[in-house]
Design a protein around this ligand. Structure first.
Ligand SMILES: Nc1ncnc2c1ncn2[C@@H]1O[C@H](COP(=O)(O)OP(=O)(O)OP(=O)(O)O)[C@@H](O)[C@H]1O
Ligand SMILES: [Mg+2]
Length: 363
């Protein structure tokens, strides 16, 4: 079991991990997902002490590895790490690469290391390459060798940091297949990946990293089907988001039109859709602002690339104010022409509890 308490990792310019506390149970197969730069690699590197945490504690099976008196080399033997780049020794054959650490670090006999090495090579489908040099192998084969080499140390915990992202797309499958088999063996695994279908298929648990830590932790079904929190939902559905905040009736509508237009260009939204996104915003604000006591609106547009659908959400404060029910139909009719659906919701306890959702018509 791995227990992490108040882990913080600070670099001179950035603090990717602010305060992480989590327990990882034996046999958990955890996919670590999230936007770039959110500390996924840093988390793995802190767990096997390739990075020294700035603050906090990590225990592995009741041994505190962040304690200065702890024997790091002994702990590291319990953990194997697989990197994007395979780091095989070019001057050693495949089988020698695999035999090296067990003989050097664990004092395993040459024969035993060889037998186990061959067994592992069979497992990753590469027994016939035992006497080749790494240069003679494809990227996918090298990564399978790197996995076999990690397993040769018989680690309790396997950490994999984007093991397939440096590979030619045709070779991703063979490496994923090896990892998928490994995941079934009951070993504790943590794997950073950008491949969502793979993450979903192999893991028992998913960490979505954002905002300086594990932002959401759940089963693959929870994270991929029913994400509870905003950023997870946006990431999973690959939503492109623009947030605008309006603080006055005389807001800079030209400036905002410019921002919306730049957002549409950047995300290659079709001109027709972009036009509707603009018009719906303007029209909705024209309806809404005069009705508000305090002219404060938070407007968010979300565009889903895959389905090419876009939706505005306008949040505002004050009493319950459902413009879809109260307003005169004439002005709403313009909005209805450009939207597929207009829905109002009251979000109890929110700072801006009124929410108006406007789903843009995309045909
Ligand atoms: N050795 C370092 N020195 C300074 N900053 C670092 C160092 N390693 C990482 N960082 C910074 O810490 C942040 C988190 O990096 P990390 O590599 O953990 O992100 P990640 O989630 O793995 O991203 P990616 O998906 O791009 O691999 C980044 O802003 C990165 O630039
Ligand atoms: Mg990384």
């Amino acid at each position: 079991m791995i227990k992490i308490e108040h882990l913080k990792k600070e670099y001179p310019n950035v603090t990717p991990l602010k305060d992480v506390s989590v327990e990882i149970r034996d046999g958990d197969v955890i996919s670590v997902i999230g936007p770039s730069g959110t500390g996924k690699s840093t988390l793995l590197r802190c767990i096997n002490l390739l990075e020294k945490p700035t603050e906090g504690h990590i225990w592995i099976d009741d041994v505190e590895i962040t304690d200065r008196k702890c024997n790091i080399n002994k702990i590291r033997q319990k953990m194997g790490m697989v990197f994007q780049s395979f780091n095989l020794f070019g001057h050693l054959t495949v089988i020698e690469n695999i035999m090296l650490s067990p003989m050097d670090l664990k004092g395993v006999s040459r024969q035993e290391a060889y037998d186990r090495g061959m067994e592992l090579l069979r497992m990753v489908g590469l027994a016939e390459k035992a006497l080749n040099y790494p240069d003679e192998l494809s990227g996918g084969q090298k990564q399978r060798i790197a996995i076999a080499r990690t397993l040769a140390m018989d680690p309790d915990i396997i950490l994999l940091d984007e093991p397939t992202s440096a590979l030619d797309p045709t070779m991703v499958g063979e490496v994923q297949a090896v990892i998928r088999e490994l995941a079934k063996t009951g070993k504790t695994m943590m794997i950073v990946t950008h491949e969502m279908n793979f993450a979903r298929a192999i893991s028992t648990r998913v960490f979505f990293m954002d905002e300086g830590g594990i932002y959401e932790d759940g089963t693959p079904e929870q994270i991929f089907e029913h994400p509870q929190r905003e950023n997870t939902r946006r990431f999973i559905r690959r939503l492109k988001v623009l947030e605008l905040s309006i603080e006055s009736r005389d807001y800079d509508f030209l400036g905002m039109a410019g921002q919306i237009s730049a957002y549409c260009n950047k995300n290659q939204i079709t001109p027709r859709m972009a036009n509707r996104i603009q018009l719906v915003f303007e029209e909705a604000m024209q309806n809404l602002l005069p009705a508000l006591k305090e002219p404060r609106v938070q407007a968010v547009i979300e565009y889903a690339e895959q389905s090419e659908s876009a939706e505005w959400t306008l949040r505002y404060g004050g009493e319950r104010l459902d413009v879809t029910a109260s307003s005169d139909e004439l002005s709403l009719s313009v909005l209805r022409g450009m939207t597929q659906e207009i829905a109002y919701a009251w979000e109890d306890g929110a700072e801006l509890p009124n929410a108006l959702h406007l789903k843009i018509r995309n045909a």
